[in-house]
Unconditional design. Structure first.
Lengths: 212, 987
C-alpha cells in the first residue's frame, strides 16, 4: 500500500498547527486590546470645552450636585445645561476662547456635545441615585476629580469591578454627609457602614439587579 | 492578488456580470475568481473593524422645569375612537410618549385600556405618518384613479393652503357659502361642534355631512321610531340580572366596552364566586358573528340576522302578552319557539334588571322593538339609561354621505373639506364616492396618513395625532375630557379643531386657545366664572388646571333623558332573505381600517380565530361545506354586480347561512405595514346597513393564513379548567422534588390569572408589547410560528356553554423548578433571589434549548433582527428601561422586571417597603376585567395570596412539578345556565 501522504504533508501540518497557535495568540491580543480600550483608565479625554473639574471642584469648591442635578433622584446624574454654565460664565471669562462653544450653544440653542467617558453597554441599567442613597461616594468610582484638569476615567467599569463591590459593599460606604466629599474615606465611616440597610448579597449579585 | 481589479465601468462591475470575468469557466467559479472573492471578503471584513464608537452626551441648553426623572410623567388625556373618548394617562419618558395607561377616574376606562388605546403610541410614532401638505397639480384633477396620482402631488405648505382658502372664502362669503361642504366623521368634541357652528354662521348655506362607516345608524333610527327622537343608551351591566345580546358584542368595539366588561366581571366576581352572595347575573347571546360577549355568555345560540329579527318579534309579542304582571308565567298567546319562551321567562323574571343589547347590523325596527321591551320591563333608569346623543351638535343636523355624493355628482359642491376619516376607501362601494370626489374643483383632506382619499383630493393636509394636539371628547356616558398633548407635534400638522377654526374665520388659532375658549364659554352661563375680571380668570385657570389633571370634566356626565312611552312597532316584518347574507363588522384589530398601518394591531391575534395580518370570509361549517369551501380556500363573494375575493375561515361558532366580512383591510395607500393586507370588503357594501344577500363561490385558489393557535382542543390535558359554581378544584398533592428547596426571604413575586374574568380581549398582549419593546415580525414569520408576544391568549371551546369559549392568557410561568434553566449551556436563564426566572440577554448565545424544554412554550426567539433599531421615530418610542433585543437572543415575560426595579429602588430610597399594589405589571394594569393579580407571596395580606387561596386555584400542567409562580383560577361553568329561572318558565 502506497503512502497516503507524501513527505511534504508533514511540513503542511506543522505550518497549520503553528498558524492555529498564532491565530489564538493574535485573538487573545486583539481581545485584550479591545478590553483595554473599553476599560482604559487614567487617560485624559479632550472635550469641546476643556472643562476642568480640578478648577471647579478643587479650587472653587462647587458641589457636584450644582451641575449633576439628578444624581440623588435618577439613574442618570444629569449633565449641566448650557444655562447652568452661564450662571457664572455670563459674568466670568466672557472673552476666553475656550468658552466660545458655550456661547455658541447659548446663541444657537444647540447642545454642547460632550464626550462620554463612562459608557456602559445598553443592557446594563446602572442607577446613580441608589448608590448615592446607600453611601457610595462619587470619589469611589470617579476618583479624585478635584485633581483632574481634564476628566479621565479612574475605574475600568468592567462587570468584575462592579461585582467586587456588590459582593462586599460595606468597605466602600460612607455617611450621606460625606458622599460628595473628595477626601479619602473618613475612619468614622466604618461604623456607619455596618449599620446601613442593604439588600442581601444574593440580591445584589443577581443578574436581574443590573440586566433586564 | 495577481490580477488587477477591473476599472469601474467595465463589464465585470455591472450588476449580474461578475461571473463573466472568466467566461471560459463552465461552472462560473475558477480558482482565480475564488481567490479574488476571498481577498475581497477579507478586505471588506477588515474594513468593518472600527474603533469603539465614540459616545456623546447632549445636555439641555435650557433645563425644562420638570427636569429629568426616572419615573414616567403621566398626562391625563383621552384616546378617541369613532368620536368617543377613552380616558387615558399618557406615560412619557424624557418628554417622549411611550406607554398608555387607563385613567381610573374616567367612566369609560376605570384604569383599564382597550387594545386601540395601547396602540395609539405606535400610531403617533408611525414613520409612515403624513408630514407635509401636498397639493395636487392641476393636471391631476379629474383624471384616473390608478393610485399613481401621488406622482403629480407636489409638496406644499400650510401657508399656501391658507392663501388658497382665503381666496375662496371671500367668494363664499358673498354667496353665503353656497357650494361649500364639510365632511366629518363621528365626533363628540364640544369645541369642534362650536367651530362648526361658527362655520355655519359665517356660511349659512354651507353643508355639513357626517360619515362613519360603522355609525350606529340603525340604533339611532330605532330610537327615533320608539321615542320620536335620537337617543344613546348607557348600559349598566352591574345592575342587570339577565343580559341578552342580540348579535351584539358589548365587550368590544362599541363605546364604553371596557366599562361593560368591568361591570359584568365585577358583579360576577362579587356574586358568583362567594357562597351566599346571591346569584350572578346570567347572560345569553344570540349572534351571527361570534364575539367576546357571546364567547363569555352562559349560553349562546348562533343565528342568521333574519332569524334574530324574527326572534325579536316573538319576544316583543310574548312580553306584550305578559305585560302588566311580570311575574305571571302563563304562556303568551302567540305561538312561539321554545327559545323565545325561555328568553321571555328570563326577561320577565328579571324585570327591570333585564338588559337587551342589540347589535348594529340589526334593523331599526328591531332596535325600536327592544326599546319597547326595555320600557315595558321598566329597565330604563335601572339596567340602562337613555341620554341625549353624545355626538350631537346643538342646532345642526348632519347630512348623510349619500346626500353628499348626490350633490357632488350634481355639481353642487364647489369646495369640500374632509376632516378626518377616509371616505374614498370606506364609503360603501355602491356609492362610488371616489369618482364623485374627483368632480369637486377644490377639495382638501385632513388625515394622519396619506391615504386613498388624499390621492383624490387637491389638498392633502397632515393631521396632528391626539397625543400631540389639544382637543376634547366625550365618553359613552357623556362625560367630557380635555385632550391634552403629551408632546409638541412631531411634524407641521394641524388638528381638526384648528382646521375648522380656520374655515370658520378668525385666522389661524392654536388648539390650546380654541379649546380653552370653548370651555370658558361653555362654563360661563352657569358657573362662578360668570362676570369679568381677574377673579373670574383665576377661577377658570384653577378649574382648567384641576380638570386637566383629573382627565375628566367634573359633573359632565349626561343626565338621563326623560322618555315617553315607547311606541310599539306594528308594521309587519320585512320578508326574510333566503340567500346567504353578508354581515359587515369592524375588524377586531384594525377597526374600520384606521389602524391598518399599525403593526401591533395587525399582529395581534383576532380573539376567536387567532388570525393575524388578515381578514377572512367567516363561514359556519355546514354553510361552508354546502358551498364546497374549506378554511384557506379563496371565495368570490358577489352582490349587486360587485364582487370581492377573500379567503374563507370556517368558524364553528358562526351562524349558518351568513358570512361575516371584516372591514378595514385591502388598503392600497396607507403605509409600509398596511398596504395590500387582506381584502377590501367595503367594495361589496351597499348603501343600506342591512345584511346583504350575497352569492359565494369557490375560485379554486388557496391562501395561507398566519395563525398563532392551530388546535382548539386541549388534548386531554385540562389546561384551562372549569369548576361548577360554589365548587372547588381538588388540591393537587405536593410532589417530591429532586431539586433542593430554595428560600425567597425578601419578595416572592407571583401572578394569578382568573379565567372566569378573562374575556379574551388581548389588551394584556398589546400592553406587554408596548411596555417591553416587543418587535413586530410580520405575517411570514408568524406563519412560521415565530410570533414574539410574551403573553398569548389561548382559546378553547367551553364544552358546557353552547359554543362559548374559555380564554387563557399564558405568560412565562416563572417555574420555581424551571425546565429551561437546567438546559442552558451558558447560564443565560437563571433564577433571581425573588423567584423570577430571568433571561440574561447578554449571556444568551441562542441555542434555543430552553425554548425546546419549556412545557408552556412561552419563550420567544429572535430568529432575525426583528427590533427596528434604525428608524428614528421608532427608536424614540422604545421604553428606555427595557433592552431592545438583537438577533439570536431568546426572550420572554419578565414580570415587568423594570417596574419591579423601579419600585424596589424607590422603596430603598424612601425607606418604606414595597406595598401591595405598588407594582402593576403592564398586562395587569391594562386588563379591563382585573383578571390578572400580581404581587408578593411573602405578603400574607396581598391580593395575589388571597387569589392563591381560592378554591378555584390550580397550576397549569401541575403534573410536571415545575411549581409555576403563574397560576390560574378556574372558570366558573355556567351550570345554572340551562336551568329555567325558578318557577318562571312557561311550560
Amino acid at each position: 500500500m502506497p503512502q497516503v501522504f507524501d513527505r511534504r504533508a508533514n511540513l503542511a501540518v506543522k505550518v497549520a498547527m503553528l498558524a492555529i497557535v498564532l491565530a489564538l495568540v493574535a485573538g487573545a491580543l486583539v481581545w485584550g486590546a479591545t478590553l483595554r480600550e473599553f476599560s482604559a483608565t487614567g487617560e485624559p479625554q479632550s472635550q469641546p470645552i476643556p472643562f476642568s473639574h480640578k478648577h471647579h471642584v478643587g479650587d472653587v469648591g462647587i458641589d457636584c450636585r450644582y451641575c449633576h442635578t439628578t444624581v440623588e433622584t435618577a439613574a442618570f446624574p444629569g449633565m449641566p445645561s448650557t444655562h447652568t454654565c452661564l450662571t457664572c460664565h455670563s459674568q466670568l471669562y466672557l472673552d476666553a476662547p475656550a468658552l466660545a462653544p458655550l456661547h455658541r450653544s447659548a446663541t444657537a440653542g444647540t447642545p454642547i456635545a460632550w464626550r462620554q467617558l463612562h459608557k456602559l453597554p445598553d443592557f446594563v441599567y446602572f442607577d446613580h441615585s441608589i448608590h448615592i442613597t446607600k453611601g457610595v461616594a462619587c470619589v469611589e468610582c470617579h476618583g479624585r476629580v478635584d485633581q483632574m484638569p481634564l476628566e479621565w476615567r479612574s475605574a475600568p467599569l468592567l462587570m468584575q469591578w462592579c461585582l467586587d463591590c456588590h459582593r462586599d459593599p460595606r468597605p466602600h460606604l460612607r455617611p450621606p454627609a460625606e458622599v460628595f466629599s473628595m477626601t479619602p474615606k473618613p475612619p468614622v465611616a466604618d461604623g456607619w457602614a455596618r449599620s446601613v440597610s442593604l439588600q442581601s448579597i444574593r440580591r445584589m449579585t443577581d443578574c436581574s439587579t443590573c440586566h433586564r | 492578488m495577481t490580477r488587477p481589479t477591473p476599472p469601474i465601468g467595465s463589464e465585470s462591475h455591472l450588476p449580474g456580470r461578475t461571473i463573466a470575468i472568466e467566461p471560459e469557466s463552465p461552472e462560473g467559479m475558477t480558482r482565480r475568481s475564488a481567490l479574488q472573492l476571498m481577498a475581497a471578503s477579507l478586505a471588506l471584513a477588515s474594513g468593518a473593524c472600527t474603533r469603539i464608537p465614540e459616545h456623546r452626551l447632549y445636555p439641555y441648553v435650557s433645563m425644562p422645569e420638570a427636569g429629568r426623572g426616572d419615573r414616567p410623567a403621566y398626562y391625563a388625556s383621552a384616546v378617541v375612537r369613532d368620536g368617543y373618548a377613552e380616558g387615558v394617562l399618557v406615560g412619557t419618558r424624557d418628554g417622549r410618549p411611550i406607554k398608555i395607561e387607563g385613567n381610573p377616574s374616567h367612566p369609560s376606562s376605570l384604569g383599564s385600556t382597550s387594545v386601540f388605546a395601547q396602540a395609539a403610541v405606535l400610531e403617533l410614532w408611525d414613520p409612515d405618518r403624513s408630514q407635509a401638505v401636498l397639493e395636487q397639480l392641476p393636471a391631476g384633477v379629474g383624471t384616473g384613479l390608478d393610485g399613481k396620482a401621488s406622482a403629480r402631488a407636489a409638496p406644499s405648505t400650510w401657508a399656501a393652503f391658507d392663501e388658497a382658502w382665503r381666496q375662496r372664502a371671500t367668494a363664499f362669503e358673498a354667496r353665503g357659502g353656497e357650494g361649500l361642504a364639510v365632511l366629518t366623521g363621528c365626533f363628540t368634541s364640544p369645541t369642534l361642534g362650536r367651530q362648526l357652528q361658527a362655520l355655519m354662521t359665517r356660511f349659512p348655506k354651507a353643508r355639513w355631512h357626517r360619515h362613519a362607516p360603522l355609525a350606529p345608524n340603525a340604533a339611532r333610527a330605532g330610537a327615533r321610531a320608539a321615542f320620536g327622537r335620537e337617543l344613546d343608551f348607557v348600559l349598566h351591566f352591574d345592575r342587570a340580572r339577565f343580559v341578552l345580546g342580540l348579535d351584539a358584542d358589548p365587550f368590544s368595539q362599541v363605546p364604553g366596552h371596557i366599562r361593560h366588561a368591568r361591570d359584568w366581571a365585577g358583579q360576577r366576581a362579587g356574586a358568583g364566586n362567594v357562597a351566599g352572595a346571591g346569584e350572578p347575573s346570567r347572560s345569553f347571546a344570540v349572534e351571527t358573528t361570534p364575539g367576546l360577549f357571546g364567547a363569555r355568555a352562559d349560553e349562546r345560540v348562533a343565528m342568521a340576522p333574519a332569524a334574530i329579527e324574527a326572534l325579536v318579534d316573538e319576544l316583543a309579542a310574548g312580553l306584550a302578552a305578559v305585560a302588566g304582571s311580570p311575574s305571571i308565567g302563563s304562556p303568551p298567546a302567540a305561538p312561539v319557539s321554545p327559545l323565545s319562551r325561555r328568553l321571555i321567562g328570563h326577561l320577565s323574571s328579571a324585570g327591570k334588571a333585564a338588559l337587551v343589547v342589540v347589535g348594529p347590523a340589526l334593523s331599526a325596527r328591531c332596535h325600536a322593538q327592544v326599546a319597547a321591551i326595555h320600557h315595558r320591563l321598566g329597565a330604563f333608569g335601572h339596567s340602562l339609561d337613555a341620554i341625549e346623543p353624545v355626538d350631537g351638535v346643538d342646532g345642526l343636523a348632519p347630512r348623510s354621505l349619500s346626500d353628499l355624493v348626490d350633490a357632488m355628482d350634481g355639481g353642487a359642491v364647489d369646495s369640500l373639506f374632509i376632516v378626518g376619516g377616509n371616505p374614498a376607501y370606506d364609503a360603501p362601494g355602491a356609492l362610488e364616492f371616489g369618482a364623485a370626489l374627483q368632480r369637486v374643483p377644490f377639495s382638501a383632506h385632513l388625515a394622519l396618513h396619506e391615504d386613498e382619499t388624499s390621492r383624490r383630493v387637491v389638498w392633502h393636509l397632515p393631521a396632528s395625532h391626539e397625543i400631540e394636539s389639544w382637543g376634547d371628547a366625550r365618553a359613552h356616558d357623556g362625560t367630557a375630557t380635555i385632550v391634552q398633548p403629551a408632546i409638541l407635534p412631531l411634524y407641521d400638522t394641524r388638528s381638526p379643531i384648528e382646521l375648522v377654526a380656520l374655515l370658520a374665520g378668525g385666522g389661524r388659532s392654536d388648539g390650546h386657545a380654541l379649546v380653552q375658549e370653548a370651555w370658558r364659554q361653555r362654563r360661563a352661563p352657569s358657573q362662578a366664572e360668570a362676570g369679568e375680571g381677574d377673579a373670574a380668570d383665576a377661577r377658570f385657570a384653577a378649574w382648567w388646571r384641576d380638570t386637566l389633571s383629573a382627565g375628566v370634566v367634573a359633573g359632565s356626565a349626561a343626565a338621563p333623558a326623560s322618555i315617553a312611552a315607547a311606541s310599539v312597532i306594528t308594521s309587519p316584518a320585512p320578508p326574510r332573505a333566503t340567500a346567504i347574507v353578508a354581515v359587515f363588522v369592524a375588524d377586531a384589530s384594525v377597526g374600520d381600517g384606521r389602524y391598518a398601518n399599525n403593526g401591533w394591531l395587525q399582529e395581534l391575534p383576532r380573539p376567536l380565530t387567532k388570525l393575524t395580518w388578515d381578514n377572512a370570509v367567516v363561514l359556519a361549517p355546514r354553510t361552508a361545506a354546502r358551498l364546497g369551501l374549506a378554511t384557506g380556500d379563496v371565495a368570490r363573494v358577489t352582490a349587486g354586480g360587485r364582487h370581492v375575493e377573500g379567503p374563507v375561515w370556517v368558524l364553528a361558532e358562526h351562524a349558518e347561512d351568513a358570512a361575516t366580512l371584516p372591514l378595514g383591510y385591502g388598503r392600497s395607500v396607507v403605509g409600509r405595514v398596511g398596504n395590500g393586507v387582506g381584502f377590501d370588503a367595503y367594495r361589496l357594501r351597499g348603501t343600506s346597513d342591512a345584511p346583504l344577500p350575497v352569492t359565494i363561490e369557490p375560485t379554486g385558489a388557496r391562501h395561507r393564513f398566519a395563525v398563532t393557535q392551530h388546535r382548539l382542543d386541549q388534548m386531554g390535558r385540562d389546561l384551562a379548567r372549569t369548576v361548577a359554581p360554589g365548587q372547588s378544584l381538588p388540591k393537587a398533592p405536593a410532589k417530591a422534588s429532586l431539586y433542593p428547596p430554595v428560600a425567597y426571604p425578601d419578595h416572592a413575586w407571583a401572578m394569578v390569572i382568573d379565567l372566569d374574568a378573562c374575556i379574551g380581549c388581548n389588551a394584556c398582549t398589546i400592553a406587554c408589547q408596548a411596555e417591553n419593546n416587543i418587535p413586530v415580525v410580520g405575517a411570514e414569520q408568524v406563519a412560521a410560528g415565530r410570533e414574539m408576544h410574551w403573553i398569548r391568549v389561548d382559546r378553547y371551546p367551553a364544552d358546557e356553554a353552547g359554543g362559548g369559549s374559555i380564554f387563557q392568557p399564558v405568560p412565562c410561568m416563572h417555574c420555581e423548578d424551571a425546565p429551561c434553566e437546567v438546559v442552558c449551556p451558558v447560564g443565560a436563564t437563571v433564577h433571581d433571589s425573588e423567584g423570577l426566572n430571568v433571561q440574561v440577554y447578554n449571556r444568551c448565545v441562542g441555542t434555543r434549548f430552553c425554548s425546546n424544554n419549556c412545557p408552556y412554550k412561552v419563550r420567544r426567539f429572535n430568529f432575525l433582527q426583528y427590533a427596528d433599531e434604525t428608524t428614528e421615530t421608532l427608536k424614540a418610542m422604545h421604553n428606555p428601561d427595557v433592552t431592545v433585543r438583537q438577533v439570536g437572543v431568546m426572550e420572554k415575560c419578565t414580570y415587568c422586571l423594570q417596574r419591579l426595579s423601579r419600585a424596589r429602588l424607590h422603596a430603598e430610597k424612601a425607606g418604606a417597603p414595597i406595598a401591595d399594589g405598588d407594582v402593576l405589571t403592564a398586562c395587569q394594569s391594562a386588563c379591563p376585567t382585573l383578571a390578572i393579580h400580581f404581587g408578593d407571596l411573602n405578603d400574607a395580606a396581598s391580593d395575589v395570596v388571597r387569589a392563591k387561596r381560592s378554591p378555584r386555584h390550580y397550576a397549569m400542567l401541575d403534573e410536571l412539578n415545575t411549581r409555576p409562580r403563574t397560576t390560574y383560577l378556574a372558570r366558573v361553568a355556567g351550570a345554572a345556565s340551562n336551568a329555567a329561572p325558578p318557577g318562571k318558565e312557561p311550560t
